[in-house]
Design a binder for this molecule. Structure first.
Ligand code: FAD
Length: 457
């Protein structure tokens, strides 16, 4: 077996999809007997949708239900840009829906998650499970979440900050619309749109902070939420229905290295942060899309030197940027409940700044994933960016694409790169949809060698 994927959350399942597409043999294991039904991340950002679209997965995902276009927020300030800047605007698609969709899609390809399979030991790439069974593989990918067993067994450095405060996160129906961010009497309520329930009624994700910090394990009660709402909003709003409630922390940590020899960390196993804006799920899915084709190249024996190392080089800065923005949001929302007038002043100044179009665009670039630019060699300004205006179907195969409108270039990497006589200008696109070359023809051969190895004889 080539690859063992530990953890069948959104990261592990997306990676499984990528490896299946590339014809790599793998096992996808999870300790749970069945998929988690916890309500977690609430939306799919633009860049993740592009990645899914490039594999033909977006249309069927969106066909699973009513997933309205929604508006991102930064620290509880709406960015009123929905639908305005990106071909695929932010949509409300709950994580449970994404996971169910991916698992069914994998099953349709003959891939079953091996459930009740808890990894308990790892020696190199030999994994031992709680039932005593052993799996050997060339590579292991830890997609086993924020408390990753693999990361702990590796002794991987996971610097950052432990959680300092808990808040309630609850999926609710409320009797009235309320502002996104309200504080009163030491209590805070952040209320974000979360799409609609099956009956078409608007749902909200409520983050509620009371003075003091209750331990994470203590169950959330309806009464606690009613009290909190009363303290913040008086009688302006009532709880109509509590669908789900739990406590979240503001822990913020990132693995120092995403690669440990033949073991890779991805998704929450590599980065944890305050769950704001579904960034954990989206970043994990994109980690998987970045890593999948590189692992496949290594398995198939054509990976150029250093290709696997580019996974850390490209994705660590993306994770670091997510930690930076969630920490900044935590401060502006006074997540620790300090009540500091300095925090209130910073928030009020920020509320002025966020009225500026340029600020909205900048934050939207961050939260949509569309501002990601990988540090890739090449002089053309498009290199390192998601390919613009390219038909997503060109990437369904999971191979690279050389747009060659005038049919000028030799097809020397044909099994790894599809040469397509279309596009406005010649461009080389990696399997994950990022531009690897454009412009100066002298840079094409080095770019092909860098990303797709030696030309075929
Ligand atoms: C309770 C909770 C609430 C959240 N709420 C939000 C939210 O409101 N907004 C938001 O943006 N994000 C939220 N998140 C974060 C978001 O859900 C994660 O970023 C996302 O799930 C990351 O996906 P992942 O696949 O990397 O990890 P996970 O989804 O955590 O999946 C890891 C998988 O690995 C399996 N596993 C773990 N250990 C082992 C082992 N030893 N052997 C085998 N399998 C193992 C687990 O069973 C699990 O299925 C929340 C997370 C949690 C846990």
């Amino acid at each position: 077996m080539d690859v063992l994927i530990v953890g069948a959350g959104p990261t592990g399942m997306m990676l499984a999809h990528e490896l299946a597409l590339a014809g790599v043999s793998f096992e996808l294991v999870d300790r749970l007997a069945r998929r988690s039904e916890l309500s977690k991340a609430g939306g799919v950002q633009s860049r993740t949708q592009e990645a899914l679209d490039q594999r033909g997965l977006l249309e069927p995902l969106l066909a699973t239900g009513n997933h309205p276009v929604t508006t991102a927020h930064f620290a509880g300030n709406l960015l009123p840009l929905a639908g305005e800047r990106h071909r695929l605007p932010w949509r409300s698609v709950p994580q449970v829906v994404v996971e169910e969709f991916l698992e069914k899609h994998l099953a349709g390809q003959g891939v079953q998650v091996r459930r009740n399979h808890e990894l308990v030991a790892l020696d190199g790439t030999t994994a031992t499970f709680a039932d005593g069974s052993v799996l050997r593989s060339r590579y292991v990918v830890a997609a086993d979440g924020g408390r990753s067993t693999v990361r702990k067994l590796l002794g991987a450095d996971f610097p950052g900050r432990a959680g300092t405060a808990t808040s309630i996160a609850a999926d609710v129906r409320l009797s009235a619309e309320v502002p996104m961010h309200t504080t009163n009497d030491g209590y805070q309520a952040h209320v974000f749109p979360l799409g609609v329930d099956p009956a078409g009624r608007p749902l909200k994700r409520l983050a509620l902070r009371a003075p003091g910090s209750v331990a994470r394990e203590v169950p959330v009660t309806e009464e606690e939420i009613r009290t909190g709402l009363r303290r913040v909003f008086s009688d302006r709003v009532e709880l109509l229905e509590l669908l789900y409630g739990r406590r979240i922390t503001n822990a913020s940590r990132q693995a120092a290295r995403y690669r440990h020899g033949d073991v890779f960390l991805a998704g929450d196993a590599a980065h944890v942060h305050l769950p704001l804006g579904a960034q954990g799920m989206n970043t994990g899915i994109q980690d998987a899309v970045n890593l999948g084709w590189k692992l496949a190249a290594a398995v198939h024996g054509w990976a150029p030197d250093g290709l696997l190392d580019t996974y850390h080089a490209e994705r660590h800065p993306v994770g670091a940027a997510v930690l930076r923005n969630t920490r900044a949001q935590s401060l502006l929302m006074d997540w620790e409940g300090t009540g500091s007038p300095d925090v209130a002043a910073a928030r009020s100044l920020f509320e002025e700044l966020v009225q500026l179009r340029a600020v909205q665009y900048h934050l939207d670039d961050t939260l949509s994933g569309m501002g990601i630019r990988y540090a890739m060699p090449g002089s053309h300004p498009l290199v390192g960016l998601p390919a613009p205006a390219v038909a997503p179907s060109l990437l369904h195969s999971g191979r690279g694409v050389l747009l060659d409108p005038a049919r000028r270039f030799d097809a020397l990497h044909l099994s790894r790169v599809d040469r397509v006589p279309s596009g406005r200008e010649p461009m080389l696109i990696r399997p994950d949809g990022y531009v690897a070359w454009a412009g100066d023809e002298a840079e094409l051969a080095p770019a092909l060698a860098r990303w797709f190895g030696e030309p075929l004889a």
